[in-house]
Design a protein around this ligand. Structure first.
Ligand code: S5P
Length: 260
């Protein structure tokens, strides 16, 4: 068993307000589960946030797939997040030059920067994308996750690319709070590792998504947080299913680490 710092200890090491809040509420609520609410109905997304709120630490959205989006979406989600104590992550995966990404983040129809605690970015454009997003998000106390690895088959995000993500995170450590990755890729305890492509049993979908188990991701790969989508949102009883993942995630966290 490797010696690792607890989420709570890590909350005290980071100076980023969202990372601090996230680590703390993971420990308080005993959950490292995030749900990916990939429904095209805003009403359904908000219902999921309210129903699953107690068992999750983070709620992940794709606001641009909503077919009935209204400008009060963010405000409504923030109210639910406050009630149930979870962090809001808009999975926008910015990938343009800094100037354009900043405009996409702050403006347009969705005004993501008005309501999302966290967003993420591909590092393919280089550091300018982080600088651009930072001009918008940092003054608001929001944070950025870098896509260091992806869960899909044949991903090009590996090797030197993944290492570069870890270096860029260090370079911008007052704004970057962590990574989307399949495993722990940085030994800096202030960075959080979030992993999608997680199911209770391994498998894949018909479009290249591959699934690894909770035990593999949290227990063996030492990631910090699991992101689960359809296996919860499409379940007969989403809350019951979320509870199974919450328990599995917490058990894997506790049993795999010699926590300090
Ligand atoms: O590499 C990635 C990165 C992300 S953020 N692979 C992913 O699947 N995701 C997101 O995680 C994806 O956009 C989706 O919202 C979620 C996985 O959903 P599921 O239904 O396959 O669990």
């Amino acid at each position: 068993m490797t010696e690792q710092l607890s989420y709570l200890k890590r909350a005290s090491l980071t100076r980023h307000p969202i990372a601090q809040k996230l680590f703390k509420l993971m420990e308080d609520k005993k959950t490292n589960l995030a749900v990916a609410a990939d429904s095209t109905s805003q009403k359904h997304v908000l219902e999921l946030a309210d129903a699953l709120g107690p068992s999750i630490c983070l709620f992940k959205t794709h606001v641009d797939i909503l077919s009935d989006f209204t400008p009060d979406f963010g405000k409504q989600l923030q109210e639910i997040a406050k009630r149930h104590q979870f962090v809001i992550f808009e999975d926008r995966k910015f990938a343009d030059i800094g100037q354009t990404s900043a405009l996409q983040y702050a403006g347009g129809i969705y005004r993501i920067a008005d309501w999302a605690d966290l967003v993420n970015a591909h590092i393919v454009p280089g550091p300018g994308i982080i600088e651009g997003l930072k001009t918008v998000g940092h003054p608001k106390g929001q944070g950025l996750l870098l896509l260091a690895e992806m869960s899909s088959q044949g991903t090009l995000a590996k090797g030197a690319y993944t290492k570069k993500a870890a270096l860029l995170a260090e370079q911008f450590n007052d704004y970057v709070v962590g990574f989307i990755s399949l495993r722990k890729i940085s030994s800096n305890p202030t960075f959080i590792h979030m992993t999608p492509g997680v199911k209770l049993k391994p498998g894949k979908d018909s479009l290249g998504q591959s699934y690894r188990t909770v035990e593999k991701i949290i227990g063996k790969n030492l990631s910090d947080l699991i992101i689960v989508g359809r296996d919860i949102t499409h379940a007969k009883d989403p809350l019951q299913q979320a509870l199974l993942y919450q328990q599995a995630g917490w058990e894997a966290y506790k049993s795999s680490r010699d926590l300090r």
